[in-house]
Design a binder for this molecule. Structure first.
Ligand SMILES: [Mg+2]
Length: 246
């Protein structure tokens, strides 16, 4: 199944372009940037961790701190697969997943990208980088995010209908953009995202927050790790930089 190709969206903020030298660039400018959603483009991980904790304590009777720890340790997978990792073969898993997914839009539907994240995307987009969302959040949730994002994503890929982070999304991006995977860059906040990139052999940037920078560095030595999404601009060669003017 196809992901959604977004078109005809224009920035709602006034922007200007100025030269901005960057230091420490270590990656070539990618032809396609694949961005995880939760915890990467939007700061929804605390909300999702709270919701998952509610569901797991209510459904399985485990302590709240343990539920939260287990959720975060397995994040990056679809929630139903997280439950299978945590409670293998438990007959309550489908109902718990339905409860989580059913409550998620009301909790996370208002989440928006920060201005500096959006401007970083516009900066790269203006230089010809195709921008995609690659998320294991449900397809409808991801498409709703993109519609309200005030950014013209070139490809929007969520979970379901045969799509998932990893090979299905990467193959769709290859087909849609006509680029090889070594010309892509994947940015994500979970160790699972890093594993996906490692297996698929595509360049990866870890975004610290959900996991500490040291967790990424220990697991993926030599891979760049940033503390804020917009710092991705410091990893690629300098170009014309878009800056907010009001
Ligand atoms: Mg994430």
């Amino acid at each position: 199944m196809q992901g959604t190709i977004a078109t005809n969206i224009r920035p709602n903020a006034r922007t200007s372009v100025s030269a901005s030298p960057r230091r420490g660039a270590c990656l070539p400018l990618p032809k396609a940037l694949l961005c995880d959603l939760d915890g990467t483009l939007v700061d929804t991980m605390p909300i999702l961790a709270d919701l998952a904790t509610e569901v797991m304590t209510g459904m399985y009777g485990i302590p709240r701190p343990l539920a939260r720890e287990l959720y975060l340790a397995t994040c990056g997978l679809p929630f139903v697969q997280q439950l299978e990792d945590i409670f293998p073969g438990d007959s309550r898993n489908p109902a718990a997943s339905d409860l989580f997914e059913g409550r998620k839009p009301a909790r996370c539907g208002a989440a928006r990208m920060s201005d500096d994240t959006r401007l970083a995307l516009f900066d790269l987009h203006a230089r010809g980088v195709r921008i995609a969302v690659s998320s294991n959040n449900g397809r409808e949730n991801v498409e709703a995010f993109a519609r309200l994002s005030c950014f013209p994503f070139d490809l929007v890929m969520g979970y379901g209908h045969g799509l998932a982070k990893g090979r299905p999304h990467i193959e769709l991006a290859e087909k849609t953009f006509g680029v090889d995977r070594h010309e892509m860059l994947f940015v994500g906040d979970s160790l699972h995202d890093g594993e996906i990139a490692f297996v698929a052999k595509i360049p990866f940037v870890g975004l610290a927050g959900t996991f500490a920078k040291d967790r990424f560095t220990l697991r993926f030595p030599g891979q760049p790790v940033i503390g804020h999404f917009a710092e991705i601009l410091d990893l690629v060669p300098a170009g014309s930089r878009i800056a907010a003017t009001g």
